[in-house]
Design a protein around this ligand. Structure first.
Ligand code: HSE
Length: 322
């Protein structure tokens, strides 16, 4: 879109929420992601008298990030929104991180989305949600060193979203049946997305690429039909990325075996890890599976926490305005 002149502030402050997301889902590297419930970042945007973006973290927040605007996904996304609006004055962002950075559950994406949403709402939402896609992609690229939308677009829109690896601004929100429950474990260690991308092979065998494409197609089919047993099998069918990245998480095999032994239909890394998720179709099973995964991780000497979540149908949202 072209810049919109003469936007007027509608609020003194807006607090927005950007949810956590799971990405790749096995064979869908950079191509599919879904929004979960419970975890997320909150960002309060308010005008300030000077120019540009200022960043601060809520006092006592568990995790902090850079306050340099160019290095912060929220700062870059917010500035991209202000540029689209042609707004010359400054905005302050106060960030409350609810998602551990470098965790594989979309921490950087959640901040980018919450910031873009809050800044747009400050002016009464002159940009549509679709028009926020380019700013949030720009924000996310700061963290990963590449432009891919499989965390940031589901965090913005909610649900399960296919994104194009060729054109990151192209996406499709998938129709997904009800009933999917995800046991999401967060091992207490960091894996930087940028580094986890650098270890991936530059080329792969044609037979593996063909099988991955086929596996992703059946994964999408199982989501639409609500066949969670099949979905569980498909999340374990990646031949290209997860076999390499799983070596970054020492507890990977133990967590996966514990999830499957407990009755889950499947288990895989989210994004570049260390977050992993398991697939179930009941809250009881998902709770049992999460406990088994956490216990297996801790038996490997790595603390862990977790959450049971359905697909989050709502993405970014406004929490408060004044
Ligand atoms: N698809 C991305 C990856 C998600 O796996 O590197 C992390 O940003």
């Amino acid at each position: 879109m072209t810049a919109r002149h003469h936007v007027v502030l509608q609020h003194k402050s807006v607090t927005a929420f950007g949810p956590a997301t799971l990405s790749n889902l096995g064979p869908g590297f950079d191509t599919i992601g879904l929004c979960i419930q419970g975890w997320g970042d909150r960002i309060t945007a308010s005008p300030h008298a000077g120019r540009g973006i200022r960043i601060q973290f809520v006092a006592g927040t568990c995790w902090k990030g850079p306050t340099d605007v160019d290095s912060n996904t929220a700062g870059v996304a917010a500035r991209a929104v202000l540029d689209l609006l042609d707004y010359p004055d400054g905005v302050c962002l106060e960030i409350e991180k609810g998602i551990v950075p470098a965790s594989g559950s979309g921490s950087s994406a959640a901040s980018a989305v919450a910031a873009a949403w809050a800044v747009n709402e400050l002016f009464g939402n002159p940009l549509s949600t679709e028009e926020l896609v380019p700013p949030v992609l720009k924000g996310e690229s700061v963290a990963s060193g590449s432009v891919h939308g499989d965390n940031v677009i589901p965090a913005l829109l909610g649900g399960v979203v296919l994104v194009s690896a060729e054109n990151p601004e192209k996406y499709s929100v998938l129709p997904v049946a009800e009933g999917l429950l995800l046991s999401v474990i967060l091992p207490s260690m960091e894996i930087a997305t940028r580094e986890a991308r650098e270890i991936l092979p530059e080329s792969v065998a044609l037979t593996d690429a063909v099988r991955n494409a086929s596996n992703l197609a059946f994964l999408v089919d199982s989501l639409q039909r609500g066949d969670w047993r099949s979905f569980g099998r498909q999340v374990m069918s990646d031949l290209l990325v997860e076999p390499v990245r799983s070596n970054l998480l020492p507890a990977y095999n133990s967590i996966k075996e514990a999830a499957l032994s407990s009755g889950a239909f499947g288990c895989a890394l989210s994004g570049s890890g260390p977050t992993m998720f398991a697939v179930s179709d009941s809250a009881n099973q998902a709770t049992i599976t999460l406990a088994a995964m956490v216990s297996a991780c801790e038996d490997c000497g790595i603390d862990a926490s977790g959450i049971v979540s359905p697909v989050g149908r709502t993405g970014a949202r406004t929490c408060a305005t004044s």
